[in-house]
Design a protein around this ligand. Structure first.
Ligand code: SAH
Length: 455
């Protein structure tokens, strides 16, 4: 019987959903952070449940051959890169296996038509968006950096190995600005102080930079000096304030006030231009996103006369990609602001064969299909982690488009949904995982399904 504070030696065999290593002691599974598959480790049990428990790494007895020294010396503590201590090629192998295992175990599939995972050439400095919390440490010094995993204590740093290079000079300037003009960092517990977060967004292709200061107030003193300092940073295009006076751990408030420059920056994915404001959703890894969309487009294999639906379309990124090859695209998204962005993006690209609807995909698709007789030759879905709504899956089955392209950010719900679609007329044709978030445990997958009657 394993109990709290036991010290045990285990070998790590697998990685859990959040990147933690999994080792077994006489069949009992233990989840252990900061371990890699193949590590032989001494651990201390912190919490022992009936079927599994959590343990803390005490000592690495024999390191795994896949263990590497993380580039970031903050990786162990930081919540962002849970598996940076695992060789990148091994990370990719793990992600590919994760998708395969979900499809086998949850989906019940055999002989899965897997294509190799699409990994990054350079899995560093890939993020176009970073949000740095601002605070004070116990000694009262201003600290800016990242939250430690599952906490709100700030790890002070101005260098993140997956963030944009421009973050460093911005953080360094902000530190001196805060100190010099006595700008009070926000204190979450007391709900006091002014500056909560520094949001930085960068256009990967254009090099345009946006700094948005999230404040617990309506204005910030010494704006002239703030603008002067930030404008020395190459690419600076937009300086804004985001008003967030609520006692909440949600980072952004609803209101944005422009301080200097444009209220947005611009970036491209492939040929398509996107306008990004502080509140817009935009994929954080533009290089891999481009590849992901190209795979989706390739799977859709459009000839030019198809009516295509892009469900869960966000700001219409996939819709606009598909529009160049389709007769007509319909995008559906539940957040009205995202649809406003989608329409703007269609307009600035001169794309006219796309129409966007605000609403739940499971409501809009059956309604438009039934009442307005809008057809669907190809349906693309890109749902959040919980996967597709059951009603939507039933609608897809009843409309029975020739192809369904499923873009997923969670292999478990993907496998569940594919199982249902394949029990009702569809066939699994292609599966390709894509790594959008190197050094985290996340994996995206693109899947092509075709209808059995339409071969
Ligand atoms: N395809 C987009 C965004 C995918 S994220 C891109 O690549 O950028 C999933 C999106 O689904 C989110 O924007 C979320 O707001 C939206 N969403 C969640 N539930 C929904 C529903 N029931 N119907 C339509 N959209 C939904």
């Amino acid at each position: 019987m394993i109990k709290k504070n036991d010290q045990l030696v285990v070998t790590i065999e697998d990685i859990g959903a959040d990147g933690e290593g999994i080792g077994k002691y006489e069949g009992y599974a233990l989840f252990i952070k900061n371990t890699a598959i193949g590590d032989k480790v001494l651990v201390k049990v912190m919490k022992a449940g009936k079927n599994y428990g959590y343990a803390k790494l005490v000592e690495i007895i024999e390191p795994s051959p896949y263990r590497v020294k993380p580039r970031s010396d903050k990786a162990e503590k930081c919540g962002g890169c849970q598996i940076m201590h695992i060789d990148y090629a091994k990370q990719l192998e793990y992600k590919e296996n994760k998708v395969r295992n979900c499809l086998t175990r949850i989906g019940g599939f055999e002989n899965i038509p897997m294509e190799p995972i699409c990994g990054m050439e350079e899995p560093y400095y890939y993020r176009n968006k970073s949000q740095f919390p601002v605070g004070r440490n116990k000694e009262g010094k201003v600290i800016i950096g990242f939250y430690a995993e599952r906490t709100h204590s700030i790890i002070d740093t101005d260098h993140c190995y997956i963030g944009a290079g421009v973050n460093g000079p911005i953080i360094r300037f902000m530190r001196t600005f805060i100190e010099e003009y006595n700008i009070e960092p926000y204190n979450e517990k007391e709900h006091m102080g002014l500056l909560r977060h520094i949001l930085v967004r960068v256009g990967y292709t254009t090099g345009e930079v946006m700094v948005c200061l999230v404040i617990n107030g309506r204005d910030i003193p010494h704006k002239k000096e703030l603008v002067e300092g930030l404008c020395k940073i190459p690419g600076m295009k937009s300086i804004c304030l985001n008003i967030n006076t609520s006692k909440t751990n949600v980072i952004l408030g609803d209101e944005v006030v422009r301080v200097w420059g444009e209220p947005y920056i611009t970036d491209y994915i492939g040929q398509i231009k996107y306008r990004i404001s502080p509140l817009s959703f935009f994929q954080v890894n533009p290089v891999q996103t481009h590849r992901l969309y190209r795979i989706a487009l390739d799977y859709a294999d459009l000839k030019g006369d198809e009516v295509v639906w892009d469900l869960y379309c966000g700001i219409g990124t996939i819709s606009l990609f598909l529009a160049r090859k389709a007769k007509q695209v319909y995008g559906v998204e539940i957040i009205p602001q995202a649809i406003e962005d989608a329409r703007t993006n269609a307009a600035i690209n001169g794309i006219n064969n796309v129409e966007f609807f605000v609403g739940a995909a499971e409501e809009i698709l059956p309604k438009k299909h039934k009442e307005e007789n809008i057809k669907a030759d190809v349906i693309v879905v890109d749902p959040p982690r919980k996967g597709c709504d059951q009603k939507l899956l039933d609608t897809i089955i009843s409309i029975s488009p020739v192809k369904v392209v499923y873009v997923s950010c969670d292999p478990a719900t993907l496998a569940r949904d594919l199982k249902y679609l394949c029990a009702n007329g569809y066939e699994l044709k292609k599966v390709r995982p894509v790594d959008l978030f190197g050094h985290s445990a996340h994996v995206e997958t693109v899947v092509l399904l075709s209808h059995r009657n339409c071969r």
